[in-house]
Design a protein around this ligand. Structure first.
Ligand SMILES: [Ca+2]
Ligand SMILES: [Ca+2]
Ligand SMILES: [Ca+2]
Ligand SMILES: [Ca+2]
Length: 420
């Protein structure tokens, strides 16, 4: 099935464009005009002008072309020893990817609607030996988890997370904040405008997630539609910090105190998940981010500014595609260094972003840190992209991490065949 050419969309009324630019879900886009000009290139081209040739390094399986979720996860839900794939209210049973429904849902129209599932996580929440499914809903809504019914038929029981905290920021992180070996959720609190984390239950049988604040109230990065958040040790004092695009919150040992102090710094444009790593090998941690709705994948070099404070200098890594609304680090080529994975959130705003109908690329970047850092760009695929979270897991037992995505193009598995 061919997608409508981008040129066919240029005739969209100014009204639509105006609606998008003024909607709460839109955002400022300094690169918007630039991208608009680039949009006059044919749909098969891309903003960088480079040819888009997918490598043969991944074996692609399309589980469905239906739009059911922009979140995706992996877990062995029926305990047959094989990892299943979860996308929203549905799960696909390995090895034939038979679709099952956890709770009543429906297919969504990729050009008109958002789904009911933005980010997903598979984990045994109540530690009864059966993996459960965590779902982050539309920005600002509470998250919830579906309790695994242990192969019994019927609707999965739904539990709301952390007294219905409205999850703010569009790229919440599944990160083990307190180091107890269980993933938690790093996000903003919609009402208090605070950086918080939702702690997953730690004892068997427990079902309640708890909310703990890291920052004070009314801080940047905590609006419902804030774009970009990450976790890592910016100042190398041994405590992880929280980064948002407006700066960072200095971490302490106390992850329940709500007093992490905001340090303003320029971490670039609205983005998806922010990754903290030393890109240029100078011993200072830098930040890698990708534009959520406009164009650009960047690394932000940590520098000391004229006032003696930590700040960042932004360098462009790639402008091959826009709407890179999720990212993840994983070592895809087995060289011991984590690589950066991102992809286009196809039809992010249903065709209202410039370049929305350009090829839906899924990409990875191989880093060679150094004074002149080197990022080799690899195109995994040009007809899938990524959703709001990317999952990486060895699905076929060959010890190589495979990539799983779900978005408005469907649900996909990419088996890793990268050789070093
Ligand atoms: Ca369970
Ligand atoms: Ca934890
Ligand atoms: Ca720190
Ligand atoms: Ca550095």
């Amino acid at each position: 099935m061919t997608k409508p050419a981008f040129n066919g969309r240029l005739g969209l009324s100014a009204l639509l464009l105006f609606g998008w630019m003024t909607s709460g879900y839109g955002q400022e886009k300094p690169l918007f005009r630039m991208r608009q000009q680039m949009a006059t290139t044919p749909a098969t081209a891309n903003p960088s002008g480079k040819p888009v040739v997918p490598s043969n390094d991944f074996k692609k399986t399309k589980l469905t072309g239906d739009f059911i979720s922009e979140g995706v996860a992996v877990a062995d839900l029926n305990r047959d020893g094989k990892l299943d794939i979860i996308a929203g209210y549905y799960w696909f049973e390995a090895p034939h990817w038979t679709r099952h429904e956890m709770a009543p849902s429906r297919l969504f129209d990729p050009r008109k609607e958002y789904s009911n599932s933005f980010l997903n996580l598979g984990m045994d929440v109540n530690q009864d030996g059966w993996d459960d499914v965590v779902i982050v809903d539309f920005p600002g809504k509470p998250g919830f988890w579906f309790e695994n019914p242990k192969n019994k038929p019927g609707v999965w029981k739904r539990h709301v997370l952390a007294d219905s905290v409205g999850i703010a920021n569009e790229s919440p992180g599944f990160i083990d904040i307190d180091g107890d070996g269980r993933l938690d959720i790093l996000c903003g609190d919609k009402d208090k405008k605070q950086i918080v984390w939702l702690k997953s239950p730690s004892k068997p049988g427990e079902t309640e997630w708890q909310r703990f604040a890291l920052s004070a109230e009314k801080v940047p990065g905590t609006e419902i539609f804030s774009h970009g958040i990450g976790y890592g040790d910016v100042d190398k004092d041994g405590f992880n910090d929280v980064v948002v695009r407006e700066g960072w919150f200095k971490g302490t040992a106390d992850k329940k105190a709500g007093n992490w102090v905001f340090q303003p710094a320029n971490l670039g444009e609205p983005c998806s998940h922010m990754q903290v790593l030393d890109v240029n090998g100078d011993g200072k941690n830098d930040v890698v981010s990708a534009s959520a709705h406009a164009l650009g994948i960047w690394w932000h070099e940590q520098i000391t500014d004229e006032t003696g404070k930590i700040n960042f200098k932004t360098h462009l890594m790639s402008n091959i595609t826009a709407q890179t609304h999720s990212s993840l680090m994983a070592d895809l080529n087995g060289d011991g260094r984590k690589d950066y994975i991102t992809g286009k959130r196809f039809l992010a705003h249903h065709g209202r972003d410039p370049g929305d109908s350009d090829p839906a690329l899924l990409l990875w970047y191989e880093f060679t840190p150094g004074k002149e850092p080197y990022f080799k760009e690899h195109v995994i695929d040009n007809d899938s992209g990524a959703g709001l979270n990317i999952t990486v897991q060895d699905m076929n037992g060959d010890k190589k991490p495979d990539i799983i995505i779900a978005n408005k193009n469907g649900v996909f598995l990419f088996e890793n065949k990268v050789t070093n």
